[in-house]
Write a protein that binds this ligand. Structure first.
Ligand code: FA5
Length: 337
């Protein structure tokens, strides 16, 4: 019975002249009420021991007919296209649909705003590589092997001593070694990578901007002034900054800077977790060991450093509630900025 059905179906398929006939064939044999589907329904009329084998055979037949259908469809589509071209029904000189101009990604726009603000304070942009050594990412930043602070950064390892940088801080060493004995005022933007759970606030790839100033007589007040100026220019002119003590192995003392919440003006809301403050960055005075590793004598030189994310400040500024939108490649998001 199944063999007969298959033979009949194949003959009818070979005889279909055009896509309308092909669609009718598909309805007749493979549609919801088609012959093969009816066959499958009739399984309940069989004695129980015959049902599995019969069911499998019908499914095999359906798959075989689907494959044959697709092959025939390709032939008919090609024939019809050739006929249309020959009869001039397709105007190949018609211009295509416009795709519309592209524009800069929100991250790039934000980075450029940050460059402009720091350029106004005399900071140059210095670029360092994404692929780093263990020594630069950790060791020379005062975190020798087995230092517990390494656990603060979950790391993608590429080789034994090679990794994707977990922060932009290794660039501090590179720029110091290159610029010694000049004073330094740079920002180091770039992508960072962390072997982290992706959530509404955390990506495994994100951007940071590092800042580094090295000179004679640089003090904590210079750092606080620079961060306050940045917050006022990036967000709004009357923003306030507060400083908390913190810990990073490469700065001493270390601080974290918060800004009064832009959404509730410090009163407390969901975004600032009812604290009235939003974290701006980690920062501090460059640790004497790090200055030394960069070639600068800490008896003579001092400096400050800071590092902040790029996506999170953009989220606050533009009211974006999920970091995953940034690299989701959805035009409904990207075209809003
Ligand atoms: C650091 O990475 C330090 N290197 C910062 C620093 C530089 C301190 C210089 C002192 C001197 P932290 O791990 O807190 O610190 O990251 C800094 C910022 O990166 C965070 O405030 C956040 O804005 C951003 N960030 C960190 N992890 C993620 C993530 N998974 N997704 C998105 N942004 C992130």
């Amino acid at each position: 019975m199944l063999d007969q059905l298959e033979q009949k179906a194949r003959q009818a398929l070979d005889a279909t002249p055009d896509s309308d006939a092909l669609a009718a064939w598909h309805r007749h044999y493979l549609g919801k009420k088609g012959a093969a589907t009816q066959m499958l329904r009739s399984v309940s009329a069989l004695p129980p021991e015959e049902r599995p084998a019969f069911g499998q055979a019908v499914n095999r037949l359906k798959r075989a007919l689907e494959t044959a259908f697709e092959a025939r469809q390709a032939v008919i589509q090609r024939q019809e296209m050739e006929q249309q071209l020959a009869s001039g029904a397709i105007d190949v000189t018609l211009s295509g649909r416009p795709t519309g101009p592209g524009h800069l990604h929100l991250t790039t726009q934000t980075l450029r705003q940050i460059y402009a603000i720091f350029a106004g304070m005399g900071f140059q942009v210095y670029e360092a590589p994404d692929v780093e050594t263990d020594e630069l990412n950790f060791g020379l930043l005062n975190m020798p092997p087995e230092h517990p602070a390494r656990d603060m950064w979950d790391t993608f390892w590429i080789g034994d001593q090679v990794l994707l940088r977990t922060h932009t801080s290794p660039g501090q060493i590179r720029v110091m070694r290159e610029r010694y004995p000049e004073p330094i005022r740079v920002i180091l933007p770039g992508k960072c990578y962390r072997y982290e759970q992706i959530t509404a606030r955390a990506e495994h790839q994100f951007y940071q901007v590092e800042g580094l100033a090295v000179g004679r007589g640089i003090q904590m007040t210079d750092l606080i002034g620079t961060l306050t100026e940045f917050a006022r220019r990036f967000y709004e002119p009357d923003r306030r900054i507060r400083i908390r003590g913190s810990y990073f192995p490469f700065t001493e003392p270390s601080i974290e800077a918060d800004m009064d919440c832009i959404l509730c003006n410090g009163k407390g809301c969901r975004v600032c977790k009812y604290s009235g403050w939003l974290e701006v960055c980690g920062a501090g005075m460059v640790h004497p060991v790090v200055l030394q590793n960069g070639g600068y004598d800490p008896e003579e030189w001092s400096g400050f450093a800071f590092g902040f994310g790029v996506e999170r400040p953009a989220m606050v500024k533009y009211g974006i509630d999920d970091i995953r939108y940034f690299y989701g490649n959805d035009l409904r998001f990207s075209t809003q900025f």
